[in-house]
Design a binder for this molecule. Structure first.
Ligand SMILES: O=C(O)CCC(=O)C(=O)O
Ligand SMILES: [Fe+2]
Length: 340
């Protein structure tokens, strides 16, 4: 059992500004796995205003589990503001950021190492800031006299991301023929059912030896969909038969990737994409919005809809909490533990 002091130390990111080389504990031998060009392949680019968008999104979910979305209606200015707020936050002096350190064993909010770090013994070249709902308590600690601007932008961003995620979820449900009314928390304007929505701000500091370490280890997201904004490359997805494949961001487009709950809901038809982040000699930021069901929601293939003749449920029914706990302990093995 870790002492409280050890537990506290474990969630503190490296003071990246003070290191000249990649420490041994950060060395990932797999980091230098080549990125494949996948001749002729591209991650789909879909315009949400296109009348064919639902069809194109469905195809992208079946073949990639990830696509780049234009015409999403999120103002460029808000996306730029989010990038500037990331820069403002992560360039604070280390001891200032430490004031907003998340508490070990407490809610997963505030400044700290990557949320998935606890599942890996090798450390990731990453520092993050996790927000669930209002960011005010931590923002006050970071900027005692000047926190409101940050909070307002975060609130606006989360509101708009939630509306977009809901729009995408309607499209996915329609493709799966699941009536959206089955998701009783969906239209709850008060959000009182406690949707476990989260905004994760990621910082990948400049790395002196980028081929030796990873910004985020390979993982799938424990979400329905994740909406990601990043201005520079670094994200890679694993494509069967191809290998690691770079996702090039496009100006103004968001990256949408499906998470594990959509794989379960679609009975394996839609891909929960395996992805990782490589680092660079230059700083990179990203903002990932995780759209998830409330923890008590029971997730099962196609919910109460018949699977169709000859079809069997590939996964047993699990609550979002049960699955999240399995994932937190077993990572990629979580699927095999719920497979029928
Ligand atoms: O930074 C990125 O491009 C990806 C972030 C990500 O995968 C995550 O936060 O789960
Ligand atoms: Fe992710």
């Amino acid at each position: 059992m870790a002492t409280p002091e050890e537990a506290y130390k474990r969630i503190i990111p490296l003071d990246f500004g003070s290191v000249q080389t990649v420490p041994d504990s950060f060395v990932w031998p797999q980091a230098s796995d080549g990125v494949q060009s996948g001749d002729g392949l591209t991650i789909p680019i879909i315009d949400l205003m296109d009348p064919n968008a639902p069809q194109l999104i469905t195809e992208a979910c079946e073949t990639w589990g990830i696509f780049r979305l234009k015409g999403h209606g999120i103002a460029t200015k808000l996306m730029e503001d989010m990038e500037s707020e990331c820069e403002r936050l992560f360039s604070l002096p280390t001891d200032q950021k430490m004031k907003a350190l998340r508490s070990p064993g407490g809610r997963m909010i505030g400044y700290g190492i990557a949320p998935i770090q606890s599942l890996f013994s090798t450390t990731m070249w990453h520092e993050g800031f996790t927000i669930m709902g209002s960011a005010i308590d931590h923002a006050r600690l970071l900027w005692p006299n000047d926190y409101q601007g940050f909070c307002d932008k975060i609130d606006d961003y989360q509101k708009q991301m939630k509306a977009l995620a809901e729009k995408l979820m309607r499209i996915l449900f329609k493709a799966l023929n699941i009536p959206v009314e089955e998701v009783n928390w969906f239209d709850d304007p008060t959000n009182s059912s406690g949707c476990s929505l989260a905004l994760q701000l990621n910082s990948y500091p400049p790395c002196p030896d980028p081929t030796r370490t990873l910004g985020l280890a390979p993982h799938t997201d424990t979400s329905i969909v994740t909406l990601l904004q990043a201005q520079t490359s670094g994200l890679q997805v694993f494509k069967d038969g191809v290998g690691w494949f770079a996702v090039q961001p496009l100006p103004d487009a968001l990256i949408v990737n499906l998470g594990d709950f959509t794989r379960i809901l679609s009975n394996g038809r839609f891909i929960s994409v395996l992805h990782r982040v490589v680092v660079k000699p230059i700083q990179r930021y990203s903002a990932a919005y995780f759209f998830r069901p409330p923890m008590d929601f029971a997730v099962s293939p196609l919910l109460s809809k018949d699977l169709g003749p000859g079809q069997v449920p590939r996964f047993r029914c699990v609550t979002a909490k049960e699955y999240s706990d399995l994932k937190a302990k077993h990572l990629d093995e979580a699927f095999s533990l719920i497979e029928n």
